[in-house]
Design a binder for this molecule. Structure first.
Ligand code: NAD
Length: 339
């Protein structure tokens, strides 16, 4: 192993973190230490790491002060990529406490330990950590909701509306403060809704696919006209890697695929793909199963990302549009469910 280059990836057994590790573990210049609590959302089966010598898994909590300190001292991380979070808005409405503990206090523990390991005092990086960097993975939900017009830019004021987005906004502010107060080399990415392999069953797209295949009602909140800006997960991971390699410290980068779609369109599109590749035995369309259910409280109407900064400054571009990405995703779930 060259340079003893240990990277801490937190939450690497979850949806996006596992895709990130699967994509970038081949980079043999690094050794990835995956710290994951394995909550209901984490699953080691998401990872293709069998036989890999440059990978270590540690089951634990980013909010465990002693453990985090021990890991920073043991591995002398040069890089931190923080995916670990409670991530489901509906859960944050039912029981917000874990969102505060993981998303806010947990992020603080990571920042504080990075500061202690990397710096001799404010604005003085130790020479052996001159290339150190801390990337915090966040969401566009911190910006609140949009009307029918406009896009979120990096300058949009934060206006989080759910306990989830409020906890992520708080963590983003802590990250920001460590740059301005201490000069810690941090960067934050704010990404739109992801979809693709390994996403937990609770989220919208896996729920649509699973209920459709089970011939159960496909639940759609409210009138189905809420708009999200969808990004295929590996496009997000590639964006994170680019920001990690080339982004400017103290800055934030919005990542989004310019793929705004209404929830009802997504359900219909998935049904159309399933009708084609896995037709129902009774000859009906899966779309007959779409059922409107009571809206989520505080449901943001529309999110949409202006990704000009990462596109222009770092030359990032999504490889998938929504229609190509969703077809890949449906096929992946069909395999998962042995259909
Ligand atoms: P996920 O819920 O699928 O995975 C989260 C992972 O973190 C799980 O493996 C879980 O076990 C782990 N974890 C939870 N609490 C922990 C703790 N206290 N200590 C250590 N590990 C813990 O989430 P995801 O969808 O992969 O999201 C990853 C990150 O990306 C989150 O920070 C989220 O806010 C952000 N994000 C997600 C999306 C999206 O659409 N999914 C979009 C933008 C940003």
């Amino acid at each position: 192993l060259k340079n003893n280059n240990f990277i801490l990836v937190t939450g690497g057994a979850g949806f996006i973190g596992s895709n990130y590790i699967n994509l970038f573990l081949d980079d043999d210049e690094v050794h990835i230490v995956n710290l994951d609590k394995l909550t209901y959302a984490g699953n080691l089966d998401n990872l293709n790491v069998d036989g890999r010598e440059n990978y270590t898994f540690v089951q634990g909590d980013i909010n465990d002060k002693d453990l985090v300190k021990e890991l920073f001292e043991k591995y002398q991380f040069q890089t931190v990529v923080n995916f670990a979070a409670e991530s489901h808005v509906d859960n944050s409405i039912l029981d917000p406490e874990a969102f505060i503990e993981t998303n806010i206090s947990g992020t603080f523990k990571l920042l504080n330990n990075a500061y202690k390991l990397w710096m001799e005092g404010p604005f003085h990086l130790k020479p052996e950590f001159k290339n150190a960097r801390f990337l915090h993975v966040s969401t566009d939900e911190v910006y609140g909701t949009l009307g029918t017009e406009g896009l979120f830019t990096e300058e949009t004021a934060y206006a989080p509306n759910s306990p989830y987005s409020a906890s992520k906004a708080s963590s983003d502010f802590l990250v920001r403060s460590y740059f301005h107060t201490f000069g810690l080399p941090v960067i934050t990415t704010n990404c739109s809704n992801n979809y693709g392999p390994n996403q937990h069953d609770e989220k919208l797209i896996p729920t649509i696919i699973r209920t459709a295949l089970g011939l159960q009602p496909i639940p759609i909140y409210g009138d189905g006209k809420n708009v999200r800006d969808w990004l295929y997960v590996t496009d997000h991971c590639k964006g994170i890697k680019l920001v990690l390699d080339k982004g400017k410290f103290g800055e934030t980068y919005n990542i989004g695929g310019r793929n705004e779609r209404e929830n009802i369109y997504i359900a219909q599109k998935i049904c159309e793909i399933l009708d084609f590749i896995n037709p129902r035995e009774d000859g009906k369309s899966y779309s007959d199963l779409i059922t409107y259910v009571k809206d989520r409280p505080g449901h943001d109407k529309r999110y949409a990302i202006d990704a000009s900064k990462i596109e222009n400054e770092l030359d990032w571009k999504a490889d998938e549009n929504f229609e190509s990405g969703i077809e890949k995703t449906v096929k992946w779930y069909l395999q998962k469910y042995n259909k």
